[in-house]
Design a protein around this ligand. Structure first.
Ligand code: MG
Length: 245
């Protein structure tokens, strides 16, 4: 069932989203060659606590960390740890926080130091695809309009969209209905005012196919090509969607 949020609930999610956006901007500033991905996890814990929020991912279905750090050919669900970021890497940071009973969820991909022109384009196209999807997210349109806009944009630039992992509703639960694929699949549910959605294209330089790492969590590109990921939590309004995080 798709849950419509009340104006009061949306206001809490707006506050939650501001907290998350601040944490993500803090992480972005920390990205540099030489930092261990575990240090980024520590920052999420500290910054969330400072803001009386709680990281959403820790222990979610057994996930062992407070954020997902996915480097280069890792698409999503990378574990923070002893890995040291190196110049030329691209790193996706996916974080969720819970505040006053509601979650928001967002992700960015950033380059470490100087990165290749191809990787710069991959990152730009992924973020632009997310915005192309959000532009379709209006009352009276369908989930499928978001999905097909994302796929069309990505493929027009020569990249591919991951099929097996999708966006989702978000609110009292981190993952609510509906699923939001990043590829055309038909109409899907009608968009209504008060729906809160996490839209999150995962875009690969090569094939869209994926494989699972031995840790059974981290998703990699099957062909070893690099991948980027952007995500916003939005709310459907009478007009353009509002980005909450
Ligand atoms: Mg998400």
């Amino acid at each position: 069932m798709i849950i419509i949020k009340s104006p009061q609930e949306i206001e809490i999610m707006r506050q939650c989203g501001k907290i998350l956006s601040d944490i993500i901007e803090r992480l972005r500033k920390e990205i540099r060659a030489g930092i261990k991905t575990r240090e980024l996890d520590d920052i999420v814990v500290f910054e969330a606590k400072m803001r009386e929020a709680e990281p959403s991912f820790k222990n979610y279905e057994g996930f062992p960390a407070n954020l997902c750090v996915s480097v280069n050919d890792e698409i999503v669900h990378g574990f923070p740890g002893e890995r040291v970021l190196r110049e030329g890497d691209i790193v996706s940071l996916d974080v969720g926080v819970k505040f006053k009973g509601f979650h928001t969820d967002a992700a960015i991909t950033v380059g470490v130091g100087a990165i290749s022109e191809q990787n710069k384009e991959l990152i730009a196209v992924t973020e632009e695809a997310l915005m192309a999807g959000i532009a379709q997210a209006r009352c009276g349109a369908y989930i499928g309009d978001i999905s097909s806009a994302i796929q069309h944009y990505v493929e027009s630039k020569g990249f591919s969209v991951v099929r097996e992992y999708t966006g989702h509703g978000v609110g009292r639960d981190l993952h609510e209905e509906p699923k939001i694929p990043n590829f055309a699949f038909g109409k899907g549910p009608l968009l209504r005012k008060g729906m809160t959605l996490a839209i999150e294209p995962m875009v690969n330089m090569g094939s869209w196919r994926t494989k699972l790492a031995p840790n059974q969590w981290t998703v990699l590109t099957e062909d070893g090509s690099f991948s980027a990921h952007f995500e916003h939590t939005i709310v459907i309004t009478d007009d353009e969607a509002e980005i909450l995080a």
